[in-house]
Design a protein around this ligand. Structure first.
Ligand SMILES: Cc1cc2nc3c(=O)[nH]c(=O)nc-3n(C[C@H](O)[C@H](O)[C@H](O)COP(=O)(O)OP(=O)(O)OC[C@H]3O[C@@H](n4cnc5c(N)ncnc54)[C@H](O)[C@@H]3O)c2cc1C
Length: 403
């Protein structure tokens, strides 16, 4: 292949496709997306997530300025894009529930962050109001978040891909980038499909390789400090129509974000102790095992059906392709029983698994020009809320490139 292009995007997940869509809107003729999977279906993280459109309540600006900004901006952009492009989605609203006094301290902390991030419409409510939204949810108080919702993420990936392609961007699927050589003006990129190897030149690289984005940085700049420390997230599910006491009106219902040990054990520490341990990197913080409505297919259509997903339950994966379910149903039950007491073990069945591109020692998204090779734009550690923030991330990359 004697190809010479302006911009090469490595990875065709939701982030690579969103960047391709954003950068190709004027003309995509000079843009190539290289994706190692055989199709553009977001088969890695982009389809293996909770499908929640986050509002931006969790990310303190001090430690996660990009997550804070891009989630709130991305939330609004995503609803607009979905409405304009017929992507299955729903603004469901969300309840972040506290079941006792200790949890209320955590809840207040999230509230402070949500205010700081200017998340619109949030409201602290009492247990009676919670019951008006979701009668089977038990809480002493909650944060009501009206801009939270759900999306059918593979439809989003597909639309972004098709639009970018229609603007002229070229998608090389079934091709893995395995070597990148910096040159005076740009890079020489080596890709392989089976045993076939091709080489081409590019002026700019956008590294959107998800779980492998740290490897891609090191192909170019071996001094890069970024290392993946991925987590496996697993889900169960149940049918809300099975019994009256597990029926849900359809809001996302989340616990307060507790600390977790690396093996997934939940720690109910006093808030101050939790903050201290979290800031020293001794424990992880997670949004916790939550209840979310999800999309089901009916014929050729996606509809919000009767299935409620329960998860994610985090653990350490063997490697970045380890999709084996290791959590039993009991884990999900124990996690949600305090705020959803009607659920029983036999209601739960196992659902899917995803691996999260969490970086070791970094909380925020990394979106930057590589310090040594500024024509390499690194998107590393784009874990949750990357799906929500995808369009805002793409716009940010456009700004970094001066487009
Ligand atoms: C358990 C879990 C729950 C989540 N829940 C939510 C949620 O509810 N809401 C939300 O907003 N976000 C959520 N996220 C985060 C969100 O899914 C991700 O931030 C987003 O999908 C990241 O997209 P991506 O394109 O960067 O990565 P990916 O989807 O992983 O795509 C990267 C692509 O790069 C390709 N690639 C890798 N290496 C190469 C190579 N060398 N050559 C060519 N191609 C390569 C891969 O094949 C892949 O297709 C969740 C994630 C997980 C795992």
């Amino acid at each position: 292949m004697s190809l010479e292009v302006q911009i090469t995007i490595i990875g065709g997940g939701v982030i690579g496709c969103a960047v391709a869509y954003e950068l190709s809107r004027d003309s995509g003729k000079d843009i190539v997306v290289v994706e190692k999977n055989r199709q553009i279906k977001g088969e890695n993280q982009s389809s293996r997530n909770s499908g929640v459109i986050h509002a931006g309540i969790y990310y303190p600006k001090k430690v996660g300025p990009l997550k804070a900004k891009l989630c709130v901006e991305g939330n609004e952009m995503l609803y607009r894009f979905c409405a304009e492009n017929n992507i299955p989605h729903k603004k469901t609203g969300k309840l972040l529930v506290a079941t006792d006094l200790l949890e209320e301290e955590y809840l207040e902390d999230v509230y402070r962050t949500a205010v700081e991030n200017q998340v619109p419409g949030i409201e602290m409510i009492d247990g009676n109001k919670v019951a008006q939204y979701e009668p089977n949810v038990k809480a002493v108080s909650a944060l009501f978040v009206p801009t939270s919702g759900i999306i059918e993420s593979t439809s989003l990936v597909d639309k972004l891909y098709r639009l970018a392609e229609s603007y002229g961007a070229m998608f090389l699927v079934g091709n893995e980038v395995f070597e990148v050589e910096p040159e005076v003006e740009g890079f020489k990129v080596k890709i392989r499909s089976g045993t076939e190897v091709e080489i081409f030149k590019t002026r700019i690289i956008v590294n959107a390789a998800g779980l492998y984005s740290d490897d891609i940085v090191r192909l170019v700049n071996p001094e890069s400090p970024y290392r993946m420390d991925s987590f496996k997230g697993e889900w169960g599910k149940f049918y809300k129509t099975k019994r009256e006491n597990i029926y849900m009106n359809g809001l996302n219902v989340y616990p307060v974000p507790f600390g977790y040990l690396p093996d997934g054990e939940k720690l109910k520490l006093p808030f101050r102790e939790f903050q201290e341990k979290f800031s020293k990197g001794e424990i992880n913080k997670s949004v916790g095992v939550h209840l979310s409505p999800t999309f089901e297919t009916r014929g050729n259509e996606y509809i919000v059906g009767d299935t409620v997903i329960v998860g994610p339950a985090y653990s350490k994966p063997e490697n970045r392709e380890d999709y084996i379910q290791t959590r039993g149903k009991k884990y999900y039950l124990n996690m949600v029983k305090p705020f959803f007491p009607g659920l029983e073990l036999e209601d739960i069945s196992l659902h899917q698994t995803g691996i999260r591109a969490k970086l070791k020692d970094y909380y925020d998204f990394i979106i930057e020009k590589d310090p040594k090779y500024p024509n390499l734009i690194n998107l590393v550690g784009i874990d949750s809320p990357g799906l929500t923030a995808s369009l805002a991330i793409a716009r940010y990359v456009g700004e970094l490139l001066g487009r």
